[in-house]
Design a protein around this ligand. Structure first.
Ligand SMILES: [Mn+2]
Length: 290
């Protein structure tokens, strides 16, 4: 599919931490904007909007469903305007909105592929979650499993088919979500496997999966895939992650790929960051991918 989106990037912030136990990620987009982390690249990037949860919805599920529904429309609008959407979280529950929006825009053009770069699987449902936190559920929701309010954003059908999805960098998960992905046949490339094969080879495989039989694909980057010793500013740190350098190098593979339709960078928690290290990492990842 021919698209020429990447001459302009539309940044959409999602200032919400409602999906996490620690709400600190809600302050991520504003600080990244103030630091001009995504400016000064070859490709002009402009903040189009920062979305916030509605104040009148008391349950996190209702608030996140409403927020994701607005986000999905916003992302579809960016694509329709010819810009490349870059969604900046917030906690990872915003992925339900981001990828529902890309799916909606694709419509009859064909299925959506997704590369999920994360220390976690984010594939719980309310039946398996130990914490109840919605940022542990977005991938399950996009695959059509979980709370109907969250699986039916934009349309009731699943936004992703298992064969078009690949996870990268996983090292911290629970049995229930692993069982769901295993049952569905989703490819999971763990941190151990990346240590053996290298991140570039692993990302090349993920791209092949996300491109095969799809009309385009997206990339969801949870900053907690990076090692917290280097990049501490994330919601749920998990030791033993990627270095920013190795992820940056691998992301060059995405550079200039017309099949890449959108990206999101999530879980930046400024309250845990040190000397803006993790904020700068977010900017470096953006520049190498685009
Ligand atoms: Mn995540």
């Amino acid at each position: 599919m021919q698209r020429h989106l990447k001459n302009s990037v539309g940044l959409i912030g999602v200032a919400s931490g409602l999906g996490a136990q620690d709400h600190g990620c809600e302050d991520g987009p504003l600080l990244l904007g103030e630091l001009k982390i995504f400016q000064g690249n070859d490709i002009p990037a402009q903040w189009e909007d920062i979305l916030r949860p509605a104040a009148n919805l008391k349950s996190p599920t209702a608030a996140i469903a409403e927020l994701c529904s607005r986000l999905a429309s916003r992302v579809a609008d960016e694509l329709a305007s010819g810009r490349f959407p870059l969604v900046i979280g917030g906690d990872h529950s915003c992925a339900i909105g981001t990828w529902s929006g890309v799916h909606q825009w694709l419509g009859a053009r064909g299925p959506l592929g997704l590369i999920w770069i994360d220390a976690h699987m984010d594939s719980h449902t309310f039946a398996t979650t130990p914490s109840g936190a919605l940022h542990g559920m977005p991938l399950a929701c996009l695959l059509g499993h979980g709370e109907p309010a969250l699986t039916s954003i934009a349309t009731t059908e699943p936004k992703l088919s298992p064969e078009h999805v690949c996870l990268l960098g996983v090292r911290s998960y629970e049995a229930g979500e692993a069982a769901l992905l295993n049952k569905l046949g989703v490819r999971v490339i763990t941190m151990n496997e990346i240590r053996q094969r290298g991140m570039t080879a692993a990302l090349a495989e993920a791209m092949a999966i996300a491109r095969n039989g799809t009309a385009g694909y997206g990339v969801s980057i949870d900053l907690d895939v990076l090692d917290p010793a280097e990049e501490p500013g994330v919601g749920s740190p998990a030791p033993g992650g990627l270095s920013c350098d190795e992820l940056e190098q691998a992301l060059h593979l995405l550079h200039g790929d017309p099949a890449m339709l959108a990206m999101e960078i999530v879980e930046y928690n400024p309250h845990r960051d040190r000397d803006h290290l993790t904020a700068k990492a977010a900017g470096a990842l953006f520049r190498s991918a685009l």
